[in-house]
Design a protein. Structure first.
Ligand code: HEC
Length: 153
């Protein structure tokens, strides 16, 4: 029965389409707040990655290049937070409701993060690889601490 077979294929295709849709739920906010803050977090990740590789001896330490990355991360560190406005808890966000329920703690996590990034910039300027390694670890820890508290994985 070709008709039955094709309709069940359509049913399967629909299920896949819905699943795919769920994963990339559209950001319907006129200001695209979730999309914008996520874009900045992705830059956090891309900027930190080469420094993480240096810290783990998987990439040569080039002081000038490392310094540029550290400064770029410092510039980014202030940027995502303005996009967490009162009306910005909507799908497809992965932020936990705690972002809005515990604003003081959320702000504190941002401050802690910024402090670790400033230390990284100082370490980069100092050029001592041991100190740099510790500083990179501290930055990564503060990303993770905030995610544990304020982001659904
Ligand atoms: C003060 C809290 C906080 C800090 C610090 C923080 N993040 Fe996040 N991050 C979040 C929240 C909240 C989200 C979820 C955003 C959303 O989906 O609306 C997120 C999302 C992300 C995402 C996912 C972006 C996407 O496309 O969905 C990445 C990647 C990420 N963060 C990387 C990092 C890295 C790397 C660091 C440190 C260098 C970091 N974050 C520091 C709170 C933080």
């Amino acid at each position: 029965m070709p008709i039955l077979r094709s309709s069940s294929l359509i049913a399967i295709a629909t299920v896949f389409a819905l699943t795919a849709c769920n994963d990339i739920a559209k950001d319907t906010h006129p200001d695209q707040l979730v999309t914008k803050r996520r874009g900045i977090f992705k830059q956090f990740m891309r900027t930190l990655e080469p420094m993480g590789m240096v810290a783990r001896n998987r990439k040569d330490y080039n002081p000038r290049e490392f310094n540029v990355s550290a400064l770029a991360l410092e510039k980014l560190a202030t940027q995502p937070w303005a996009y967490f406005t009162q009306d910005s808890n909507y799908p497809p966000t992965h932020a936990k409701p705690e972002v809005w329920k515990q604003p003081v703690e959320f702000k504190q996590a941002q401050e802690n993060y910024r402090t670790t990034v400033s230390q990284l910039v100082k370490a980069a300027q100092g050029g001592n690889l041991d100190i740099i390694r510790t500083a990179v670890n501290e930055v990564q820890k503060s990303c993770k601490t905030c995610h544990n508290q304020f982001r659904n994985d």
